[in-house]
Design a protein around this ligand. Structure first.
Ligand SMILES: Cc1cc2nc3c(=O)[nH]c(=O)nc-3n(C[C@H](O)[C@H](O)[C@H](O)COP(=O)(O)OP(=O)(O)OC[C@H]3O[C@@H](n4cnc5c(N)ncnc54)[C@H](O)[C@@H]3O)c2cc1C
Length: 303
């Protein structure tokens, strides 16, 4: 058994009630199935527990990384020194607020949230049903698909700053743009979200969700680990088309490859390392630049 680090010992002593795992493999918590051990991974079940974790991190002079479902993160092979706070299924719960509004905690998956809304006969989250992340990660990324995006349905976001203080911001204050929110700059953490939706018969909503899932299954490599679209959509074009035109469908570096099914996806064929994946993304971006003059920017968050 390896000795505990000072940081692991200190956190365990200061937060005896919080679920902490030491050297927890990031590959277990990312959809790419890549990444070495986090020195400490914490699973806070309440806002209060999250606030205590943040305050303790300040005390111990560490800045924790925040993880939702890990469906847009490439974690390093060598692991993560310090603390990763995992919110998926931890900050949990949804409620019907009436007047076509629902509240979801940040760790609820977008799929569960969309089904909850559908069962209430509330439309607007159909686009999010097939996006595998959490509500918090969806707001951070302003996730979107098939003509919808979080910015269109978010009314209010409850945020916690790194000192554990909570405040609520209306959607207009979130700085939403394409796959971006202000959170990338501020480091604030989403704790819950209020969605403003539109009434519609539940059956119609569910039929639309099924259609969108069928579209995804037909066009995306859902049988292989990925983080969804590897690159942001460049102005005036599509990343997948540019990658295909550059002859890179199936291009491989180690265990990482551009999907044969959808050139916008970078997949883990088995045993891919973060180094393979970073090198693949860089080489694809360079090759596309050489062929088209357009520089592709990764959509995947590279930690
Ligand atoms: C098969 C597949 C299909 C996908 N399809 C789509 C799609 O159609 N559209 C789309 O937009 N994306 C898509 N994605 C990407 C991904 O699901 C989204 O970006 C999603 O919003 C990420 O949520 P997450 O909870 O997994 O966040 P994570 O990957 O865990 O984190 C992403 C970023 O958000 C931050 N973050 C997470 N939670 C919080 C929080 N509570 N507060 C503050 N910051 C937080 C993290 O620190 C990190 O920087 C797809 C991914 C896969 C694997």
């Amino acid at each position: 058994m390896t000795e505990l680090t000072d940081f692991q010992r200190a956190l365990a002593a200061l937060l005896p009630e919080t679920e902490l795992r030491f050297r927890e493999p990031m590959s277990r918590h990312t959809s790419l199935r890549i990444g070495g051990g986090a020195e400490v991974m914490a699973f806070p079940k309440t806002r209060e527990e999250l606030a205590e974790l943040l305050k303790t991190s300040v005390l111990l002079d560490r800045k924790p990384a925040i993880l939702g479902a890990g469906t847009n993160v490439l974690a390093p092979d060598g692991g993560i020194p310090g603390l990763v706070i995992c919110l998926k299924d931890c900050l949990d719960g949804m409620e019907d607020l009436g007047s076509h509004r629902i509240r979801a905690m940040a760790g609820v998956t977008m799929a569960r949230c969309a089904v909850f809304a559908a069962n209430l006969g509330l439309s607007g989250l159909e686009f999010a049903h097939g996006i595998p992340g959490t509500v918090g990660g969806g707001v951070y990324m302003n996730a979107g698909a098939y003509g919808g995006q979080m910015a269109d349905v978010v009314e209010l976001v409850e945020l916690m700053d790194r000192a554990g203080n909570i405040r609520s911001l209306p959607a207009e204050g979130m700085g939403f743009s394409y796959r971006h929110s202000r959170l990338e700059d501020t480091g604030e953490i989403v704790t819950s979200v209020v969605f403003r939706l539109t009434p519609k018969p539940a059956q119609e909503i569910k039929t639309r969700m099924k259609e969108l899932i069928a579209k995804r299954t037909a066009s995306q490599p859902l049988d292989l680990p990925s983080a969804g679209s590897a690159f942001k959509r460049p102005e005036g074009g599509y990343a997948a088309a540019l990658i295909e035109q550059a002859g890179l469908k199936g291009f491989r570096v180690g265990g990482a490859a551009i999907s044969e099914k959808h050139a916008g996806f970078a997949v883990n064929l088995g045993g891919a390392t973060a180094k393979d994946m970073r090198s693949l993304l860089q080489r694809v971006s360079d090759q596309v630049l050489a062929c088209s003059g357009i520089r592709l920017e990764p959509e995947i968050r590279i930690w």
